[in-house]
Structure formats: C-alpha cells, structure tokens
Ligand binder design. Structure first.
Ligand SMILES: Cc1cc2nc3c(=O)[nH]c(=O)nc-3n(C[C@H](O)[C@H](O)[C@H](O)COP(=O)(O)OP(=O)(O)OC[C@H]3O[C@@H](n4cnc5c(N)ncnc54)[C@H](O)[C@@H]3O)c2cc1C
Ligand code: SF4
Ligand code: SF4
Length: 430
C-alpha cells in the first residue's frame, strides 16, 4: 500500500512577479498514486476515471489526442515510442545554464509565453527549502522559466494548480509534465474550459520521493548536500555536478543499487506503463539522443511547438547501434532473481569498471538503447505487478506493454496473459 508522496501541504514560496506557487490542499489517500495533484482539487473523485494507475485506455486516448492509435504494422517504432510524425536527435545551439540537457523544454515554455501563444505555463520549480523537491508553479513571465530548469526527483501535485489557473483567467495553457500527470490531464482536457492546451512531456522512469533520492545521493558521494545536478546518461554513466563547479561520473555498474532498500522505488514507478509520455504533443528526452536530446513529435501541435524554436535548434536523424536482445534478457533474469527487491549483481567488483567502460561501445545505442529501455520497463512492470498486485495486471497493463516483452523469457508471465485472454478473448499473444 502506498501513500501519496507529498501528502502534507505544499508550502508557498515568496511570490515573484510572473511566477506563482500558491499553496495547495492536502492530498487524499490513494492506493497507487504519484500525487499528480488531482486528489487535491475540489473534485478529487475524478481520480477514479482519470488515473493512469487504474484502468488506462491508451488506444482511445491516442485516438482522441493524435487522431489515431499507435500502429506498429505501418510504423514499427510506434510499438515502443507511441504515435509520432517524426523523431529527432537535437540540441539548442546555445545550451542554457542550469538545464538538464541543453534546455529545449524550458526554451519552448519561454517561446510559448514570448509569442503570446499561451497565458501561462504550468510546470515545476524547486521548493524554497530543498531545490531537489519539485513544487508546482504557474509562470507568466518568460524570463522566469529559467527558475524551472533542471530535473528534480520527486512528485509535484502539478494538476492542483489547474483550478488556480482557471480562477486567474488563464484559458490558454502550456504544460510541462511527466507521463502520470499528462494522462489525467488528457482525460479531463475537455472539461477544463480551456481554449488552448499545449503539452510538452518528458519521458520518465525510476522516479522516487525526494526524501529517498537524498538517501541515494548519500550513498553516491561524501558530499550529498553539494550535488546540484544528476543524470543517468545514455552512455551508461551517472553524471554528478557539485556546487562550486566540480563534476564526477561513474558507470551504472558501480552504482550502490544493491544497498538501497527494496521499497526505494515506489510500486507506481516500478510498474509505470508510459515511459515516453505518449499523450504529450511533443516529448523531450535524451535516451535515444546519443549525448544530445531526443524529440518525439507526435502531432501537428508538436510540429508547431518545434517551429517556435526556428534555427535555435540543431537537429539530425536519430541513429541506432548495437543489439538489445541480450541485455534485455539479462535485465529480466536479474529482475526476476531479485524477486521484488533490488536487482542483484552477478559480477565481481574488480570487473565492474572494465565492463562499465565497454558498455558505451558494445551495448545498444541511440534508438536501439531506447527500445531496450522500453522493453526492460515493460518486463519490470509485469514482473513487479505480478508479484505485488497480481489482480491489477489485467486492468493496468495496456496491450502494447505485453507486445514489448513478446519473445522474452519471463517465468509465469505468459501464463497470466494467456489466462486473461482466455477470460475475455482480448490481447495479443505474448
Ligand atoms: C524524474 C524524471 C525522470 C526522467 N527520466 C528520463 C528517462 O529515463 N529518459 C529520458 O529520455 N528522459 C528522462 N527524463 C527527462 C530528462 O531528464 C529531461 O528533463 C529532458 O530531457 C528535458 O531536458 P531539457 O534540458 O530540455 O530540460 P530543462 O530545460 O532543464 O527543463 C526540465 C523541465 O522538467 C521539469 N521537471 C523537472 N523535474 C520534474 C519533476 N519531478 N516533475 C515534473 N516536472 C519536472 C522542469 O520544471 C522543467 O520544466 C526524466 C525527467 C524526470 C523529471
Ligand atoms: S489521478 Fe493523480 S492524485 Fe489521483 S490517484 Fe492518480 S496519481 Fe493520485
Ligand atoms: S516513473 Fe511513471 S509513475 Fe513514476 S513519476 Fe515517472 S511517469 Fe510517474
């Protein structure tokens, strides 16, 4: 059983002109919940029909948002990445300081405001007492988007500010959000009285509460309080930046994952089914970007968002390298062995730095790495749900997740799927 991450009242920040961070109501308790903010609104009952963790219907939502559901028959990469018109490897020609990558996301928010396309951007900034803690904000001044740059580990009750936006007369909204915030927003989109909604999504995986994230930093470095940037890079290294300008990097294989408690990642994030933010207009990530950013342009609104950046953006075709099958099956075996806890490591300590150095050259790269990550995530979702909440498998797992793991060996999982198919005759063969 899980409690919402930010169950206490979010504290107000001193109001700056052009950025509002009003207090929000306390969260209602929900079993599987990342506190997207809906339970804190005046109509918390909407969670029952809008939540990603209950009975998501991605094909119907894709049809509503993009005009069609993902179609792997015509567009094979849509099985992994969802409906899209094109994907790009991209970077801002002038990367912004403090950004997680080059700052495309923040720049899009700035441009939406500069051009008067929207009245406000709904996003997160750092909490006053802990810059790692995401706090929902409504930004109306383009220059203040800079305050929101960077990735924060944790959950922000973003959607609680939809009512604030309405009360202040913001009818044209830009939203920067994680997949489990975008899903309920899309379900409710037509009830919000908005004239315009532009959604810039980021991919998301392996999130946890900010408190837990601080524990992780404490295992990584002797100076956790000095860390102001962390990223799990696509070349299998973690990069840390410290106040004062220091930097450190370490291979994934040397991370102290096995020292983390088994509930370090909440069940929500271990069983999340939408890594690529399939209902955003434009997804801005990095996993297929080979050291740059990775854009998934999903619809006409996404195309128009990109046009706002003009030649500020340097783009190229995303590329692929290596083969994912072996690493994905290895990950599945490891996850099964851990039986709901942290993945164990079948490798002696002395070998880890060597393998860590080799992985960027021999492991899957670019789009192939992103496909591998999607398949690992799908397997992880099925293994954990099967172990911890088997009754939810049928309602929570969309068909495309089953298709992502078809062909891999996962004990017991195929049987569950076959059983479900037997009951209602639906679903693809795994
Ligand atoms: C928890 C988390 C996990 C992620 N995992 C992946 C991944 O596995 N693969 C991948 O390709 N990309 C992932 N991303 C996205 C990636 O870290 C970058 O945010 C993205 O590539 C945009 O980079 P940028 O330089 O354009 O962002 P910036 O211009 O620096 O802007 C970042 C934006 O993200 C928003 N943001 C930051 N933290 C949060 C949060 N906790 N909740 C809601 N919004 C937030 C900020 O408000 C800001 O608007 C993740 C992001 C988060 C928050
Ligand atoms: S809709 Fe949001 S607040 Fe409601 S249960 Fe789901 S994640 Fe929690
Ligand atoms: S991993 Fe999934 S459930 Fe967790 S915060 Fe990210 S989008 Fe939400």
């Amino acid at each position: 059983m899980e409690t919402p991450a930010n169950a206490s009242q979010v504290q107000p920040q001193s109001p700056a002109e052009g950025m509002q961070t009003p207090p929000v109501a306390a969260a209602a308790w929900r079993e599987l919940c990342t506190d997207c903010g809906l339970s804190r609104t005046t109509d918390p009952g909407r969670c029952g029909r809008a939540c990603q963790f209950l009975r998501p219907d991605y094909p119907a939502m894709e049809r509503r948002v993009h005009g069609r559901a993902r179609d792997p028959g015509q567009h094979p990469d849509e099985l992994h990445f969802g409906v899209h018109r094109r994907m790009l490897q991209a970077a801002l020609r002038h990367p912004r300081p403090g950004a997680q990558w080059t700052g495309i996301t923040t720049r899009l928010g700035e441009r939406l405001l500069e051009t008067g396309t929207v009245d406000a951007i709904l996003t997160v900034t750092g909490a006053p007492d802990d810059s790692w803690h995401p706090q929902p904000a409504l930004v109306t001044e383009p220059a203040l988007m800079a305050e929101c740059r960077g990735m924060r580990m944790g959950y922000a009750p973003l959607l609680a500010l939809l009512e604030t936006a309405r009360a202040r007369g913001y009818r044209r909204l830009g939203v920067i959000a994680l997949p489990c915030q975008v899903y309920p927003l899309r379900v409710l989109e037509h009830e919000l009285g908005l004239e315009r909604l532009e959604i810039i999504g980021t991919p998301c995986a392996d999130n946890t509460t900010t408190e837990r994230f601080h524990e992780f930093l404490g295992l990584l470095t002797a100076e956790p309080g000095q860390v102001n940037y962390l990223e799990f890079r696509a070349d299998y290294y973690v990069e840390l930046h410290f106040q004062g300008g220091g930097k450190e990097e370490m291979p994934f294989l040397q991370l102290p994952i096995s020292q983390l408690p088994s509930d370090f990642w909440p069940l929500t994030c271990r069983t999340c089914v939408d890594y690529t933010n399939a209902l955003a207009d434009l997804t801005v990530g990095y996993m297929a970007g080979r050291g740059e950013q990775w854009l998934i342009v999903r619809n006409q609104r996404g195309e128009r968002l990109l046009e706002l950046l003009g030649d500020e953006l340097r783009c190229r075709e995303p590329r692929s390298g290596g083969k994912r099958r072996g690493p994905v099956q290895g990950f599945i075996n490891n996850t099964e062995r851990a039986a709901g806890g942290m993945p164990t490591r079948g490798m002696p300590n002395w070998l880890r730095p060597i393998v860590g150095r080799l992985m960027p050259y021999v492991g899957p790269r670019g789009l192939e790495l992103a496909r591998a990550r999607l398949e690992m995530k799908a397997a992880e979702t099925l293994i954990h749900l099967h172990q911890v909440a088997p009754r939810r498998v049928k309602s929570m797992v969309p068909d495309h997740v089953w298709q992502l793991v078809a062909g891999y060996q996962i004990s017991g999982i195929t049987e569950v799927h076959e059983e479900n198919r037997g009951q209602d005759g639906s679903g693809p063969a795994a």
